[in-house]
Design a protein around this ligand. Structure first.
Ligand SMILES: Nc1ncnc2c1ncn2[C@@H]1O[C@H](COP(=O)(O)OP(=O)(O)OP(=O)(O)O)[C@@H](O)[C@H]1O
Ligand SMILES: [Mg+2]
Length: 536
């Protein structure tokens, strides 16, 4: 059975007016609806103000006279000021909320030709938000007003996806945004493309925290910034992109750098400092290597993310900052949570949208489009076009996609590699000789990184660190082990970094509680400490 048609609209105090016989000569939008012979309106919900009750009754009578099957219900809506948006929207909203819509049996047309402009806008918003489950109805007068000519009407469905032409534009916009996130590189890896597709949708729709994980150089920082720029272009953020690497935040200064401090909070705090969370207000805060954040700072950050308020160091007055958090890490935070180094509640909070960016060796089919992109970019930067000779290109690509190419630094390695070749290219041509030399360099570089740990230990002279007497009493076994451990420490970025490298297996098996601590204790047995080792 066809659904019944119900019109919801305001009485037009001007357009629907007229009490005398002449009113039939004039086009009246609400009455005209009942005059279309091919369309039966089953019911009209006619909203009117108390002072227009007589007019409303006249319109009701006229509708019934031209269309006896149309039921007209008069609904009184008292508005102190029909031009006051807040008041009109609230009144309409309350009425709509209480209205027993039966969309399975009736279809609803919200008439927007009558009523003040404010009332029309409110009607539009209610339909758009789905509070009125229907479409907009627009009526227009006939070209020539003659007796009984009802003019025309148009239905507007605000479900924009139904309009093909708009749908195509939205589709194009999605594609543009995805291309933007990928810096315009036509990547082929299915997994990566699906990832970007989702990130794009999340970027433009959500302000929830996002976590990017993945190996170093995979493009976490790059993507975070691109996401911000996309949001900026869509007017979804007003503030700044504030980036901080948590590994660089040390000790007391960490909290103050992030949350700011009050003058006099500690020695050296001579003026109030706003802190990076405040700087990121209405923008994006990118916390790189979030796993390096201390437990106290994690607790403060959690509160700031959840409540959008926090206390600067040494202050008893809360400050507000509304920012979107993007976190980056190349560690597995779950292990840190298991080991008690990372707060579980904060992890849960940042892990709503978490994306693992694959390393280059996991998407070898994307190396070529990236090389093309990087080459074009260096061309622009150097002011001259650079190209591969055909044979040189296939030679480079063969190596780049082979298992021999470790791509340990991912994009960083690839960018550096392409830049080197572009710089050295005579006459803008990359030859096989050039590629040959570059491949040597890459092989050497990755091999060296691999042997770093072994090589480092060979160079360590224990007598530099240990009293001769103690050394004389040590077994060869212990000396070799200590030598290797110190070797790793000397090439590590931090105590945690050294701990991670030394206890890499037990770490993966989740049996190491805290590798930094384990290392600290080991060194202490020989009267050594991280500070001591790194001071020289
Ligand atoms: N999609 C990309 N297109 C072009 N350049 C990129 C892309 N992704 C990353 N890069 C470049 O590669 C380099 C490394 O990227 P990025 O700093 O984002 O890596 P990361 O994952 O944050 O690494 P880390 O874990 O060491 O912080 C940067 O110079 C960046 O500009
Ligand atoms: Mg980074």
């Amino acid at each position: 059975m066809a659904k019944k048609t119900v019109v919801i609209g305001f009485l037009g105090s001007q357009l629907d007016a007229g009490q005398g016989a002449g009113r039939w000569e004039k086009w009246r939008p609400t009455v005209s609806l009942a005059q279309h012979e091919d369309t039966l309106i089953h019911r009209v919900e006619l909203l009117h103000s108390p002072q227009h009750i007589r007019l409303a009754e006249r319109v009701k009578e006229d509708i019934t006279s031209v269309s006896p099957d149309t039921e007209v219900r008069l609904i009184e809506m008292a508005l102190a000021d029909p031009w006051d948006f807040g008041e009109v929207y609230a009144a309409l909203y309350d009425w709509v909320k209480a209205y027993p819509f039966k969309p399975e049996r009736e279809q609803y047309w919200a008439h927007i030709t009558t009523g003040t402009h404010v009332a029309q806008i409110c009607m539009f918003l209610l339909v758009e938000a789905g509070f009125i489950p229907g479409v907009l109805l627009q009526t227009s007068p006939p070209r020539k007003q003659t007796h009984g000519n009802p003019g025309t009407y148009t239905l507007i469905d605000l479900d924009l996806s139904r309009y093909d032409i708009l749908a195509q534009r939205f589709e194009q916009e999605h594609r543009d945004a995805q291309a933007f996130l990928k810096s315009g590189i036509p990547t082929r890896n299915k997994h990566f493309n699906a990832l970007i597709d989702e990130i794009e949708r999340v970027a433009v729709r959500s302000t929830a925290p996002i976590l990017f994980t993945g190996p170093t150089g995979a493009g976490k920082s790059h993507l975070a910034r691109r996401m911000f720029e996309l949001k900026k272009a869509r007017h979804q953020v007003k503030g700044l992109f504030v980036e901080v690497n948590c590994a660089t935040l040390q000790g007391d200064g960490a909290a103050s750098t992030l949350f700011g401090h009050k003058k006099g909070a500690f020695t050296g705090a001579v003026v109030d400092r706003p802190g990076l969370l405040c700087t990121a207000h209405e923008g994006v805060l990118f916390l790189d290597e979030i796993g390096e954040l201390g437990l106290d700072e994690q607790a403060m950050l959690l509160k700031a993310v959840e409540e959008k308020r926090f206390y600067p160091v040494g202050s008893d007055k809360e400050v507000a900052s509304d920012f979107q958090l993007i976190a980056g890490t190349n560690r597995d935070l779950r292990l840190d949570v298991a080991a008690g180094r990372f707060r579980e509640d904060l992890y849960a909070r940042v892990n709503i949208w978490s994306y693992e960016l694959p390393g280059l060796s996991q998407r070898t089919e994307d190396i070529e489009p990236n090389v093309d992109h990087l080459l074009a970019r260096s061309g622009v930067e150097m002011g001259r076009a650079v190209r591969f000779n055909a044979e040189a290109k296939s030679m480079y690509m063969r190596f780049a996609q082979s298992s021999e190419a470790a791509w340990l630094g991912n994009f960083r390695d690839l960018t550096a590699s392409v830049t080197r070749m572009a710089t050295l290219a005579e006459g803008g041509r990359i030859t096989t000789d050039l590629v040959e030399a570059e491949l040597q360099r890459l092989r050497w570089m990755w091999q060296r990184a691999d042997h770093d740990n072994d090589a480092a230990s060979e160079a360590v002279d224990l007598s530099q660190w240990i009293e001769p007497k103690t050394l004389a009493d040590m077994d060869l076994f212990d000396r070799l082990q200590l030598q290797a451990v110190i070797g790793v420490c000397l090439t590590a970025k931090s105590l945690s970094d050294a701990g991670r490298r030394l206890f890499d297996r037990s770490r993966e098996q989740r049996s190491a509680v805290n590798d930094a601590d384990r290392l600290r204790k080991y060194l202490a047995k020989f009267g050594l400490s991280w500070q001591l080792l790194t001071k020289r």
